[in-house]
Write a protein that binds this ligand. Structure first.
Ligand code: SF4
Ligand code: SF4
Length: 338
C-alpha cells in the first residue's frame, strides 16, 4: 500500500471510530522549546509541577518512540449548548468523562495500524505530549491567541488524541492562522489570564483555579469567577470561528442534570462521589467542589442560601470554612438593609 493509500485507509478507520478530524505530522526533533521553557520559568503553570518534568520528551517528540516516522492527531467534537442552570460547568465536563472511551478508540485505531505493519504509542491527555502544537503541525487547525486549537469548521470544541507510529505517512499541510486582528478572547477573559496574544497565565485562569489548584482560591478572583463552578468556557464561547459549531454526536457527552448548588453543601464525600460517578467533575473531590460552590454562591446566592453557607463556617477543613465565611459575607453585603 502506498503512503497516500495508507493515509486514506486511516482516515476511513478514524471516521468509522467517530473521529471528526484527523491530521498527519512528521515527528519534530524540537517543539515549542523556547516558548515553553520561558512559560515555565515565569511560573505561569502554577502548581502543575508535572509540566516541568519529562521535557526531554515533551519538547523533543523524537524521544517518545525513537523509531516513529509519523504522528496522527485525532479530534472529536464535544460541542453542546450549556443547559439552563443557576451555575455553569465547562461543556467538556457536562456528561461522561471522555478519557476512557477516547483512549479505547485510539487503541482500536492502533490495532488497525499494527495490521498495516506499524508500531504505535497512543496518548489522550496523558504522558509528556503537547497535543495542541502537534495538532497544529498536523494541519488540523491553529492555536489561537487564547492558545486553544481552532479547527475549521468545528471551532474550538475538540478533544484531541495523538498516536505516534512507525508507519511512514505523508504530513498534511499546516493550517493558516486566521485570528487576524481579533482580540475577543483577550477582551472577554474575566480574570485577564490571557496576558497577551498566545500567552496564558494559568495562575489567573478560572479553569486552573477551579480544577487544578488545590487550595483556597485567592479573593481577588472570587467576583470574576461569577457562576462558574467547574472550569470556564468564556474564551471559547466568544471565538468567532465557533459559528459553525455543531452538536456533538456522542450521547454520553450530553449534559446530565446539575444538582441545586445549595443542596450540594450538605453532601457527604460518598454522596459527591456517587453523584459524579463517571464524570470529570469527580476528580475535584468534595472539598474542592465545596470551595468552588461557595465562591459561586458568594456571587449569586441570596437569603435562601445563607443558612447552608453559614453552616459550613465550622467545617473541619479550614479551606472550606474560610470560603464559607467569605461567601456568607458577600451574600450578607447584598441583602437590603431593614
Ligand atoms: S478559560 Fe476563562 S479564565 Fe481561563 S483564559 Fe479562558 S476566559 Fe480566561
Ligand atoms: S477569539 Fe479571536 S483572537 Fe481569540 S482565538 Fe478566537 S479568533 Fe483568535
Amino acid at each position: 500500500m502506498s503512503p497516500d493509500d495508507l493515509k486514506s485507509r486511516l482516515r476511513e478507520e478514524a471516521a468509522k471510530l467517530g473521529f471528526e478530524a484527523v491530521g498527519f505530522a512528521p515527528v519534530p526533533a524540537e517543539l515549542r522549546r523556547e516558548y515553553y521553557l520561558k512559560w515555565i520559568a515565569e511560573g505561569c503553570h502554577g502548581s502543575m509541577d508535572w509540566m516541568e518534568r519529562n521535557c526531554d520528551r515533551r519538547l523533543h517528540p523524537v524521544n517518545i518512540l525513537p523509531e516513529a516516522k509519523s504522528i496522527v492527531v485525532l479530534g472529536l467534537n464535544y460541542y453542546q449548548q450549556h443547559p439552563e442552570s443557576a451555575y455553569r460547568v465547562a461543556k467538556y465536563a457536562l456528561g461522561k468523562d471522555y478519557h476512557d472511551f477516547l483512549y479505547k478508540r485510539l487503541k482500536s485505531l492502533c490495532a488497525v495500524m499494527r495490521e498495516l505493519g506499524g508500531e504505535q504509542k497512543p496518548y489522550v491527555d496523558t504522558g509528556p505530549v503537547l497535543e495542541k502544537p502537534l495538532a497544529e503541525l498536523a494541519g488540523m487547525g491553529w492555536q489561537g491567541k487564547s492558545t486553544i486549537l481552532i479547527h475549521r469548521p468545528l471551532g474550538t470544541w475538540l478533544f484531541l488524541g495523538v498516536v505516534f507510529t512507525t508507519l511512514d505517512l505523508p504530513p498534511d499541510a499546516p493550517a493558516k492562522n486566521l485570528c487576524g486582528a481579533c482580540t475577543r478572547c483577550l477582551d472577554a477573559c474575566p480574570t485577564k489570564a490571557i496576558t497577551g496574544p498566545y500567552r496564558l497565565d494559568a495562575r489567573r485562569c478560572i479553569s486552573y483555579l477551579t480544577i487544578e489548584h488545590d487550595g483556597p482560591i485567592p479573593e481577588e478572583f472570587h467576583h470574576a469567577i461569577g457562576d462558574r463552578v467547574y472550569g470556564c468556557d468564556t474564551c471559547l464561547d466568544v471565538c468567532p470561528w465557533n459559528k459553525w459549531a455543531a452538536l456533538t454526536r456522542e450521547e454520553r457527552l450530553l449534559a446530565r442534570p446539575l444538582p441545586a448548588l445549595r443542596d450540594t453543601l450538605a453532601w457527604t464525600p460518598e454522596e459527591f462521589t456517587a453523584h459524579f460517578a463517571g464524570s470529570p467533575v469527580k476528580r475535584l473531590k468534595l472539598h474542592r467542589w465545596l470551595r468552588n460552590a461557595l465562591v459561586v454562591l458568594g456571587n449569586t446566592g441570596d437569603a435562601v442560601e445563607l443558612p447552608a453557607v453559614e453552616a459550613l463556617r465550622t467545617h473541619a477543613d479550614p479551606m472550606v470554612a474560610w470560603h464559607a465565611e467569605r461567601a456568607a459575607e458577600r451574600i450578607r453585603s447584598r441583602r437590603p438593609a431593614k
